[in-house]
Design a protein around this ligand. Structure first.
Ligand code: CO
Length: 504
C-alpha cells in the first residue's frame, strides 16, 4: 500500500517537530549546566541528558521516517527542489541515512570511550604528558575510521567526517584552499609582525570592573541587533551560543578584570552566532528549513561581526568614546589609532583560541593536515607530538615547549570531533567573501558603522543568509550571494589591506 505523499509529509514533520521538543529540552538542561547548576547537580543532570538523548536517537532512527520519506520523494511534494518541503525531505533523508548506517554498538562504544577520554585528556593536559591520553586517542581514531566506513564516502575517508559539520564539503576541495592560505598568509603575517610595536596590547590592560563590562557588552550586543526580549547573556568558563527555542537564544561569555577585550570580543563573536539564530525563519522551527546550513556558515556570522565589523576603525570611532566613558581610569588617553593597533596585533603564539586573525588560520591548517594523516593511517597516534611540533615550527616559526602548549591544547579530539576544525577556517573565508559583497551592495557601509547604524548590514545578512535555513548548501549559498564559488582570495586580501592600512 503506498501512502499519499501529502499525508506522509505531514506525519514526517509532526514527528521531527516532536523530536525537536526533546532536543531543545536537552539544550535548556545543557545551558543550565554551564551557567547556574550547582556542582553537585552534575550526576543527575548527566542521567537526564543521557535519557533525553536516547529518546531523541530512537525517534530519529524510527523506520517510519524511511517510509514517509519514500512516499514524499519523487512526488508533487518535492517537485520544486528549493521549496520548504523539498528541502526538508532532502535534509531529513541525509540525516536519517547516516544515522541508520551506524551500528548501535558503535554509537554506544563511541559515547562510552569519549566520556572516559575526556577525563584522561584533562589529566594529560594538566600534567603535559601525552602518554596518558595516547591510548584513548588511539581508540578514538579507530572508532572514527569505523564510523566513516559505516556512513560511507566516495573518495576519501576523511570526507565522511567533514560532512558531519560541513555537509557536502570535500578534502579535495579544501586542500588547495588551505595550501593557498598557508602560502599567501605567510608574507602578510611577517610584514604585520615587523610593523607592529612591541606589546601593542599593553595600552589596553588595566582595571575593568566586571559590572561595567557587562553593561557595555549588553549595550554593544543590542546596538548590533541582538534582541534581549528573545535572548540572554550569561557568564561561563567556555563561551558558547545556544538556541533553546524559536524565540530564545542564549549567549555566554567570560570576563577578565584586567583585559576588557576578552569579554568584549567574546560577546561580539557569540552575538554574531546569535544574530544568525535569531534571523532563521522561526516558522520552520524544528525542521531543516529553520536550521543553520553548517558550522562553517555559522562561524562566518560570528567572525564577520567580531572581526570584519568589530575590529574595524569605523566601529571603534563609534564605540571608543563610550568605552572610555565607562572605564575612564583605564582608557583615558588611549587614542583610536593605539586601540586599533592593539586589537589587531599580529603575534604567533602556541594556543589557537588566543591567536590573532592572521596566525589563527595556520593553527587550523596544522590540524587539518594532522587529522587527515591520522584518519588515513599515515601517522601513528604515538608520533603525533613530534609531527605536531615540527609542523608547528614550519607554519608558525615557534618551537613548542611542551604538549600542553601543543597537541593537548584542544578538547575536540577527546570528544571524537574529527573534521570539525576546518569549519573555523571556512568561517573566515565565507565571512570575508560575504562581507566583500555586502560592502558593494550597501552604499557606504563604513559610514553607517561609524554612525552606529548596523541595521542595513543585519538586514542584508538576513536576506542573503539567515532567512534561507538549510535551503542551500554552503557552496551554493556563497555562489548565489557573491556570484563566485568560495575563494581564499577575499580573506587574504582583507587581511593584507587591513594591516597595510594600519601601518600607513
Ligand atoms: Co564560534
Amino acid at each position: 500500500m503506498s501512502m499519499d505523499a501529502h499525508s506522509a509529509y505531514r506525519l514526517l514533520i509532526d514527528h521531527i517537530r516532536q523530536t525537536a521538543l526533546l532536543a531543545s529540552t536537552a539544550s535548556v538542561l545543557n545551558w543550565d549546566r554551564e551557567t547556574y547548576m550547582p556542582p553537585h547537580g552534575g550526576h543527575y543532570r548527566a542521567e537526564q541528558l543521557a535519557y533525553l538523548s536516547g529518546l531523541a536517537h530512537q525517534r530519529a532512527t524510527d523506520p517510519k521516517i524511511g517510509e514517509w520519506l519514500t512516499a514524499c520523494e519523487n512526488s508533487a511534494v518535492t517537485a520544486d527542489p528549493i521549496s520548504a518541503a523539498a528541502v526538508n525531505v532532502r535534509e531529513i533523508r541525509r540525516e536519517y541515512d547516516k544515522l541508520i548506517r551506524v551500528p548501535q554498538r558503535l554509537v554506544e562504544e563511541t559515547t562510552r570511550t569519549t566520556s572516559l577520554a575526556h577525563q584522561a585528556w584533562a589529566d594529560s593536559r594538566s600534567r603535559s604528558s601525552f602518554a596518558i591520553f595516547e591510548p584513548w586517542l588511539d581508540k578514538i581514531v579507530v572508532l572514527k575510521r569505523e564510523y566513516a566506513d559505516a556512513v560511507g564516502y566516495e573518495q576519501c575517508r576523511y570526507d565522511a567526517l567533514l560532512d558531519d559539520y560541513e555537509p557536502g564539503q570535500k578534502t579535495a576541495r579544501l586542500t588547495p584552499l588551505f595550501e593557498q592560505l598557508s602560502r599567501e598568509l605567510r608574507p602578510v603575517i611577517e610584514s604585520a609582525i615587523g610593523a607592529s610595536a612591541p606589546d601593542a596590547r599593553q595600552c589596553l590592560l588595566g582595571d575593568y570592573p566586571v559590572n561595567g563590562q557587562q553593561r557595555l557588552a549588553r549595550e554593544i550586543a543590542a546596538a548590533i541587533g541582538f534582541d534581549f526580549d528573545a535572548g540572554r547573556l550569561d557568564t561561563v568558563v567556555h563561551p558558547f551560543c545556544s538556541r533553546l527555542g524559536p524565540d530564545d537564544v542564549r549567549i555566554t561569555t567570560r570576563w577578565d578584570e584586567h583585559d576588557l577585550m576578552v569579554g568584549l570580543f567574546g560577546v561580539l563573536h557569540e552575538t554574531g552566532h546569535a544574530l544568525y539564530d535569531q534571523g532563521l525563519p522561526q516558522e520552520h522551527w524544528g525542521t531543516p528549513m529553520g536550521e543553520a546550513i553548517s558550522l562553517g556558515i555559522h562561524e562566518s556570522q560570528s567572525r564577520l561581526w567580531e572581526n570584519m565589523v568589530g575590529r574595524s576603525p569605523a566601529f571603534w570611532e563609534r564605540f571608543l568614546p563610550i568605552v572610555t566613558a565607562t572605564f575612564p581610569k583605564a582608557m583615558t588617553g588611549v587614542s583610536i589609532a593605539a586601540a586599533i593597533r592593539a586589537i589587531n596585533e599580529v603575534r604567533p603564539s602556541f594556543i589557537r583560541v588566543e591567536a590573532d586573525e592572521a596566525t589563527y588560520t595556520m593553527h587550523i591548517v596544522l590540524r587539518f593536515e594532522l587529522e587527515q594523516q591520522l584518519i588515513a593511517g599515515k601517522l601513528a597516534v604515538h608520533d603525533l607530538p613530534d609531527a605536531w611540533n615540527s609542523l608547528f615550527e614550519k607554519l608558525l616559526g615557534l618551537s613548542v615547549p611542551d604538549d600542553a602548549h601543543g597537541c593537548l591544547q584542544d578538547v575536540h579530539w577527546s570528544a571524537g570531533l574529527f573534521g570539525y576544525f576546518p569549519t573555523y577556517a571556512l568561517g573566515n573565508l565565507y565571512a570575508a567573501q560575504l562581507y566583500h559583497r555586502a560592502e558593494r551592495d550597501i552604499p557606504d557601509l563604513e559610514s553607517l558603522i561609524r554612525r552606529g547604524e548596523f541595521r542595513p548590514l543585519l538586514e542584508w545578512l538576513k536576506t542573503a543568509v539567515h532567512g534561507h535555513g538549510k535551503r542551500y548548501r554552503a557552496d551554493e549559498l556563497i555562489q548565489r550571494v557573491t556570484g563566485e564559488s568560495l575563494k581564499a582570495d577575499y580573506f587574504v586580501a582583507y587581511l593584507r589591506d587591513k594591516y597595510s592600512r594600519l601601518q600607513s
